[in-house]
Design a protein around this ligand. Sequence first.
Ligand code: ADP
Ligand code: MG
Length: 359
Amino acid sequence: MKVSAQRRRGFVAVVALLSICAVLLGACGGPKEETAYKRQLFAMGTVIEVSLWGVDEARAAEAVRAVEAVLNDAHVRWHAWEPGELTRLNAALGEGRGAEVSAETAAALRRAQELATASGQLFNPAIGRLVGLWGFHSSEPPLGPPPPRDAIVALIEAAPGMDGLRIEDGRVEGDDPAVQLDLGAFAKGYAVDRAIEALRALGIDNAIVNAGGDLRAIGSHGERPWRIGIRQPASQGGIFASIETHGDESVFTSGNYERYFDHEGRRYHHILDPRTGYPAQHTLSVTVIHGEAAAADAAATALFVAGPGEWAPLARRMGISQVMLIDADMKVYMSPEMARRVRFEAQPAPETIIVDEAG
Ligand code: ADP
Ligand code: MG
């Protein structure tokens, strides 16, 4: 793994070998594999892998350029701390006023606002100040110690939220200086959706855009489905589970091992519970399968915060039917729809608990 390059990533964490993440399986050998095309590039602070089926070299190169352009555009617009559109908007919001934004940014923020509402604000992209206080607005994970409790409590009591923002075409109005936007739990998914749109506009119907282990797959790999592997959480193991994608599906994982520091025997990671201001407890990782990548990304974060006791009713409320949550004891919780399609590759197969729609 190109750890040094990945260390520079800004939106989300290093995808090390330790992480749970989706990888493309079965890409070697055989005459049928020859029209599969795979290319890596670096964008949004992570390694992006574009896989295509049934296109020639020239169209593949054009497709990869289109994906790269979309993702670089997203990086410049929506990075949480590198100067761009979002940091300009945040500066204005911090002074209790609004700012002009591009149509692209207005659309992204509107979708983020809807998902925040659907998640009961457990996905809350208005907590940028809190993320910054914990030291996660830096390409290197912070070293600790945790910030003072008083400072955390003060930010929580200010109750930043997306609801107060009025998002119009070309302008965002807000009068709450507690609101600072951080799209770290959403922008990658949203950008992957835009990248898939760009591929479709080029007439490409069989592809995967994999952004550091989070991906959207469309179509198939010739006569068979795309096969996706999900890596072990927090251990050096290989493929933990695999699935085959059908049609158009996104697979997104949020994990506590992506960006963190250890302090006095406790781990402090980058997925914060907006109710307490502290890293969400009890969960190692959440994997969501859903059509829209932006919703899968936001939901993986929200369900991580909800944890083993609360994820099922929240998933239902968010319209997410395929979830796998691994708790701190390595117990695997799944929705019935997820359980039907996941194949565990690791031996022995983990203890699993299937949580039906009743939650
Ligand atoms: P991953 O890095 O595993 O893809 P996420 O998609 O869950 O993780 O995104 C985590 C990032 O989202 C954090 O680094 C931070 O910028 C931001 N964030 C943390 N907690 C929340 C939250 N509760 N709601 C919205 N954004 C959050
Ligand atoms: Mg997310």
